[in-house]
Write a protein that binds this ligand. Structure first.
Ligand code: FEO
Ligand code: CA
Ligand code: CA
Length: 665
């Protein structure tokens, strides 16, 4: 979800303006002092005029162009590991991919998932139909080969998150509801039920025949998970007081998962799907003396960005103050068994999880890197107690959650969040293990973790052992709050940090770090971008969000927040060189249609297919003062159907090379 342009409501925006982290965690005095002059320079020059200059006539005119010849490859030099022909940065109603590749629609919002699902009819939607159809706003995508498949890269399961819903684009005649002047007056119980059925996830079986992917109809694996699917809490918080509700006195049985953003796949064949902005779904006023007050405040909760609390008491914190503690987790799902009960793994902590990419440590334990997507929040990792190959299906219930501190000298420390250790004691409000995981942010505050610029995907590169942290942006970081790892005040375009674990061991508590790239237009000095000089006018980007590492160890970055008004280009996929003389070179590979965000990037095991997810196509560019609010009737694009009777539809795209072979070569 793109928070700055797509905050679900004015109330949510107000609540999140300064992040929710009021802790006094340190910045680094000498570094700050060294950056002050630069900060003043930045603040002086980075005014409206400089930003407006980003929107070039070339960028605005690019809408008419679908040219993707080989000229873009020249600027990157002969040594590039990304020899594909660069796509032109710009903005139009269509998706664009680098020449020599096909980018085909695989499945769209409303397409059948379960056997017998009705055909999509946007004028006659129902929760019953939506619960059998592909949900809204596809985000994370994971691929699992079908066991025994003749070609594991041509027959598999796709698992897909459905993060959130855009009522103004989904429903005829409604318009935006999450603004103060409207206050959800148009929302009915039926519409809320459809929204809830459009959240969650999908499992689909897919097969590639003669080079073309298609969904296998009536698959025995097909599954829809929604905001009402029964699931269980496991780990330290399960069954404890703070997760018990009137409807669930056991504190173990939860209905649904919400705002599932990015995720991961495990070596033992499960899907990790991560709850992010769960505060948006809660409304009402917490009792003044509620013991949950500090906890909910640290989560910017309730944010009143949906009308669900009007029809479901569990989403009203005045009626059910503990329900929010049952969301904000990493959920583990067995995609091969549609009857399996999803498990919310509380040992991994409760915060606004972006993703959960893992890697096996030297001693066989499993390490999951996690970002908490909020301005001034933290980077975490979880290290299991047991080995990844132990066969223990509940491996993720036991282990140690850590939070990162980035020191100014380029060193860093993973600090364990363990009940009873250091400040995590009853005197400081942590009475049990459950308190530490439910209040992971509060616990991390106590340890002095480093406040980052919206940590999103964190991904380890198995080829090099290095770890990449996407930091989307933070326009609220003022000059007195910069630090070595977040060195830009008013960081509108984000940056990428590279970690190197000590001795190449992902379970180690020490690491070194450096900034791989500061994003934004390198042609505007005041932006302070650090792409390599080999980067073309198309190759730079802002707002890194999701990422993937392919089988060659090459890094691919998906963005959230580029738009004509901000960077003169739509979001998309950029290749990012991390090694050798070309380090820091960006190269544009794919771009989304107007209003959309790029999610999901995931490769098949042989890199012959690259799955990407196009989220919320057709949204208005809210920073463009001339933009007309987008609605079902008047979206910014009608991608992918381009049918006057059909709204835009979030959809998955399968990218392959003409004639086969590894994508992006
Ligand atoms: Fe759902 Fe952090 O993007
Ligand atoms: Ca996103
Ligand atoms: Ca994002």
């Amino acid at each position: 979800m793109n928070e700055p342009t797509r905050t679900r409501s004015q109330a949510a925006e107000d609540a999140e303006d300064a992040g929710s982290n009021a802790s006094a965690n340190p910045t680094f005095g000498d570094v700050v002092a060294a950056r002050f002059d630069r900060r003043d320079l930045l603040r002086g020059l980075l005014g409206v005029g400089a930003i407006a200059a980003v929107v070039t006539p070339r960028a605005l005119a690019a809408g008419a162009s679908s040219r993707n010849d080989a000229s873009g490859a020249e600027g990157s030099g002969a040594a590039t590991r990304f020899p594909f022909a660069e796509v032109e940065a710009g903005s139009d109603a269509h998706h664009r991919v680098a020449a020599g590749h096909d980018a085909e629609i695989l499945i769209r919002w409303g397409d059948p998932v379960l056997p017998g699902a009705p055909a999509f009819d946007p004028h006659n939607q129902s929760a019953a139909a939506q619960g059998q159809q592909f949900g809204y706003n596809n985000d994370f995508v994971g691929y699992f080969p079908i066991p025994g498949a003749t070609d594991p890269a041509a027959h598999g399961l796709l698992v897909v998150n459905h993060e959130y819903t855009n009522e103004e684009l989904m429903f005829p005649g409604l318009g935006r509801q999450d603004i103060k002047s409207v206050a959800f007056q148009g929302m009915t119980r039926d519409l809320v039920e459809i929204e809830m059925a459009a959240h969650g996830g999908s499992v689909i079986e897919i097969r590639r025949t003669d080079g073309k992917w298609a969904v296998v109809p009536d698959s025995k694996y097909a599954r829809r998970i929604t905001a009402g699917t029964p699931m269980v809490l496991t780990g330290p918080a399960a069954g404890t007081d703070r997760v018990r509700t009137a409807a669930d006195p056991t504190g173990r049985a939860v209905l649904g998962m919400i705002n599932n953003c990015a995720g991961g796949t495990t070596p033992w064949g499960t899907w990790l799907t991560c709850e992010e902005n769960i505060n948006y779904y809660f409304s009402g006023s917490l009792a003044k003396d509620s013991p949950e007050a500090a906890n909910h405040k640290r989560f910017n909760l309730p944010a009143n960005a949906y009308a669900w609390g009007r029809f479901h008491e569990r989403f009203d914190v005045s009626k059910e103050p503990n329900e929010p503690n049952r969301f904000g987790w990493v959920v583990e799902i067995d995609p091969f068994d549609p009857t399996s009960v999803p498990k919310k793994r509380t040992a991994l902590g409760r915060f606004k999880h972006e993703g959960a990419a893992g890697i096996v440590a030297r001693d066989g334990r499993y390490v999951i890197y996690q970002g908490d997507d909020e301005r001034f929040d933290y980077v975490y990792k979880f290290v299991t107690t047991g080995r990844a190959d132990s066969g223990d299906r509940d491996l993720l219930d036991s282990g140690t959650l850590h939070v990162a501190r980035f020191d100014a000298d380029g060193r860093g420390t993973w600090m364990p969040l363990v009940f009873g250790q250091g400040p995590l004691t009853p005197e400081n409000g942590f009475r049990t293990k459950a308190d530490v995981v439910i209040g992971a942010r509060l616990a991390a505050d106590r340890l002095g973790a480093t406040k980052m610029d919206r940590p999103e995907d964190v991904e380890a590169n198995p080829k090099t052992g290095k770890v990449y942290v996407m930091l989307t942006n933070n326009g609220k970081r003022t000059g007195d709050k910069v630090d070595a790892a977040n060195p830009r005040a008013d960081n509108r375009f984000g940056h990428i940090v590279e970690l190197t674990p000590d001795e190449g061991d992902h379970a180690a508590t020490g690491f070194t770090w450096e900034i791989l790239v500061r994003c934004g237009d390198p042609g505007i000095a005041a932006v302070g971008a650090t792409f390599s000089s080999a980067t073309t006018k198309d190759g730079w980007f802002g707002m890194p969000d999701n990422c993937a590492v392919d089988g060659l160890g090459r890094l691919w970055v998906a963005t959230d927040g580029n738009a004509p008004s901000r960077t003169g280009r739509n979001d998309g996929i950029w290749a990012m060189e991390t090694e050798g003389p070309g380090r820091g070179t960006g190269k544009h590979f794919f771009r989304v249609p107007l209003g959309a965000e790029m999610c999901g990037p995931y490769f098949t095991p042989d890199d012959t297919t690259f799955f990407v997810a196009v989220q919320h196509p057709g949204e208005a560019d809210e920073e463009d003062p001339k933009a007309v609010p987008a609605t079902f009737e008047a979206p910014a694009t009608r991608w992918p159907d381009f049918d006057a009777g059909m709204p835009p539809r979030p959809a998955l795209v399968a990218i392959t090379r003409h004639g086969g072979g590894r994508v992006g070569t």
